[in-house]
Design a protein around this ligand. Sequence first.
Ligand code: FES
Ligand code: FES
Length: 176
Amino acid sequence: MASSKTITVEVDDVSYTDDVEPRLLLVQYLRERLGKTGTLIGCDTTNCGACTVHLDGVSVKSCTMFAVQADGHQVTTIEGMATDGKLAPLQEAFHQCHALQCGFCTPGMIMQSASLLKENPHPSEAEIRDGLEGNLCRCTGYQNIVAAVKSVADGVEYGDSGVSASLEDAQNAGVS
Ligand code: FES
Ligand code: FES
């Protein structure tokens, strides 16, 4: 058996130092060692995107890399998106726009959407669909997911988990 390696990773603004086997996947490390179970495993073929996190601010599928490759780096998971108990705008938008049904794809969708908006703050509907092509949803048909992302790009203001906007607002913001 390969010997373990000591890694230090900053996850959601907390530094962790752990001994891990070289073959341990980052997604397994996050879920099983750190209890970050918001990062999900939806496939074993690197297709679904449910495991998407940010590595140094860039979205990655955490099932496609080993935990040792995150040594010395900064990881953000869905659990790190809210600040001071307040949902991030994308989280509020997904909630308000009904952009989920079973919710299994949602953490990965939000992490990928955050990356997309960082790279392109004002994407078209086509650019949103293109940017999310690596994230699969079996429930929603994607329409409300795209509407939620577009609404954030278009500056729709949502309350703090209060109903201050709706899918109609999002659709009025440009998604048909
Ligand atoms: S678990 Fe499906 S892409 Fe990572
Ligand atoms: S909401 Fe069920 S997979 Fe997307």
